[in-house]
Design a protein around this ligand. Structure first.
Ligand SMILES: C[S@@+](CC[C@H](N)C(=O)[O-])C[C@H]1O[C@@H](n2cnc3c(N)ncnc32)[C@H](O)[C@@H]1O
Length: 249
């Protein structure tokens, strides 16, 4: 039997990370990984998880959405775009695990990862009216200690990860000295997406990639389109499995 090459080993590690953070191994049953979404176990009508306590997906992302994170990380690294990575809206921290694993697997030592979240769930909108997100009973709460433990279980909790706890309106302004190469927004509501754009988009380096989850949610989409219009952003917006993204010129 021939040994795996370094590259095959690295890809196998990242593949296993993706399968673990989605909990595909436990929840997948006979679904192919490419078609699997842990979110389908969430009953939107009842607003609760329809999975047993032992099944703990730590991300809601599909494989295609996780692949988009990986592609963005590798693209900015290859192009030499300066800056760190941030996810605003981390829930249980699965994307942070993937980002940290990518740094490790590719020997990237000069970048850090920021995990920004209230760790108390999505607040109700105060500016946007009629955002359906305000009707959700489940506010996607994951306490910071739980998120830290989730990352630690992968052996990936270290000083490369900075937590930014609190509501975006109070916290993101304090990141003004940072520079980002990848910005991922995943906070669902109009107000939250708008706030994260206002504070984080100016910090994205030219050549950097912004990814916005929840393109199917009207408030999220409106917040992005309004922000792009207000700031004359004309870079081509693409949608990949429900995630919008573009590269900053
Ligand atoms: C759908 S979850 C994120 C999913 C996650 N990225 C994943 O990998 O599955 C939305 C997250 O956004 C956070 N959030 C939403 N609005 C926020 C705000 N204004 N300030 C801080 N956190 C916010 C919530 O606490 C929650 O953790």
């Amino acid at each position: 039997m021939t040994a795996l090459s370094d590259r095959a080993n690295r890809d196998a590690y990242i593949d296993l990370i993706k399968r673990s953070i989605t909990n595909h191994l436990y929840l997948g049953e006979d679904a192919a990984f490419a078609d699997f979404r842990s979110v389908k176990h969430y009953d939107v009508g009842q607003a609760h998880w329809k999975i047993d306590a032992y099944a703990r997906p730590i991300t809601l992302l599909s494989l295609a959405q996780l692949d988009l994170v990986e592609q963005a990380v590798l693209a900015v690294e290859q192009r030499g775009v300066p800056g760190d990575f941030i996810e605003a809206g981390v829930w249980r921290g699965g994307v942070i695990v993937l980002m940290r694993a990518l740094l490790k697997a590719h020997g990237i030592t000069a970048r850090k990862i920021f995990a920004a979240d209230s760790f108390a769930g999505i607040p109700k909108n105060t500016r946007a009216l009629n955002d359906p997100v305000d009707k959700w009973r489940d506010r996607w709460v994951a306490p910071i200690e739980e998120v830290r433990q989730n990352i630690a279980r992968f052996g990936l909790l270290d000083d490369k990860i900075t937590f930014v706890p609190g509501f975006f309106a109070d916290t993101l302004q304090h990141l003004a000295d940072q520079r980002f190469a990848v910005v991922r927004l995943d906070s669902d509501s109009y107000d939250s997406v708008e706030e994260s754009l206002v504070y984080l988009y100016p910090l994205l380096a030219p050549g950097g990639v912004i990814i916005i989850d929840d393109w199917h949610l009207v408030g999220c989409q409106q917040a992005v389109l309004n922000y792009r219009a207000r700031h004359g952003i004309v870079e081509d917006l693409k949608v990949h499995d429900g995630n919008a993204y573009w590269t900053k010129a």
